[in-house]
Design a protein around this ligand. Structure first.
Ligand SMILES: Nc1ncnc2c1ncn2[C@@H]1O[C@H](COP(=O)(O)OP(=O)(O)OP(=O)(O)O)[C@@H](O)[C@H]1O
Ligand SMILES: [Mg+2]
Length: 217
């Protein structure tokens, strides 16, 4: 499903080595946690797999296709990937439900269905009474849950979740993780999740440990 081949990523003209030759293979429907100290390259790896960032060298394949041709294409992302960012990036001028509807626009889903589906996902995230609030008017945890709702709205094949429970208390973190895990199991979605939290990592089928831009053997 996902093959990462010797991916390197340098910033600042090579002064910062974020990824120093990462290779991995992830099967369809697998739930994988990526763990490791701050700065080891977890977010960079997720951004590259999600076509948000271009690797300095190396290749990434998704379902057998080299994704290098998709780096500037919104459509590939919209159809294939649900992204939960480490810092949520909801659109501040849109209400939570409008944010959740956003990924469905490019899939030409009729307006009423779009709204219904967004409402359902927000309900599942325990946010029914916050649907019409703007992101600045809800709590950090509520924003994070709305960001997760938005990531799954386009029925992605792959969910890339960067510290999705980082802003949540234990109960909400568990609720969100259980929801994500059930959804991925039911729909055979491949889930990649970065986390510092060992109990979150232990919920995954496999844990990949990273250090200094590499996968630890
Ligand atoms: N846009 C950027 N420009 C320059 N350096 C960057 C950029 N993004 C990341 N880095 C650097 O690359 C390295 C890896 O960063 P990354 O965000 O992938 O780490 P991380 O494992 O996600 O850390 P955290 O657990 O704190 O989120 C760090 O040294 C970071 O400072
Ligand atoms: Mg990070």
């Amino acid at each position: 499903m996902i093959i990462v081949k010797d991916v390197k990523k340098f910033f600042d003209n090579g002064l910062t080595v974020a990824l120093n030759g990462v290779s991995l293979q992830i099967s369809k429907g697998e739930v994988v946690a990526i763990s490791g100290p701050s700065g080891c390259g977890k977010s960079t790896l997720l951004n590259i797999i999600g076509t948000l960032e271009v690797p300095t060298s190396g290749e990434v394949f998704i379902e057998g296709e080299n994704i290098s041709k998709y780096y500037s294409q919104y459509n590939f992302r919209a159809k294939t990937i649900g992204f939960v960012f480490q810092f949520h990036y909801l659109i501040p001028t849109m209400t939570l439900i409008e944010n959740v509807e956003l990924p469905m626009y490019s899939l030409s889903i009729p307006k009423n269905l779009r709204r219904e589906k967004a409402k359902h996902i927000l309900d599942c995230m325990g946010l029914s009474d916050r649907a019409n609030f703007f992101p600045t008017k809800v709590s950090g945890g509520e924003r994070q849950r709305a960001a997760i709702a938005r990531a799954i709205a386009n029925d992605p094949k792959i969910i890339l979740a960067d510290e999705p429970t980082g802003n949540l208390d234990i109960d909400n973190g568990e609720m969100v993780m259980n929801y994500l895990l059930n959804l991925c199991k039911k729909e055979s979605i491949t889930l990649l999740i970065t986390t510092h939290n060992p109990s979150v990592a232990s919920m995954a089928g496999r844990i990949i440990y990273m250090k200094n831009g590499k996968v630890e053997k």
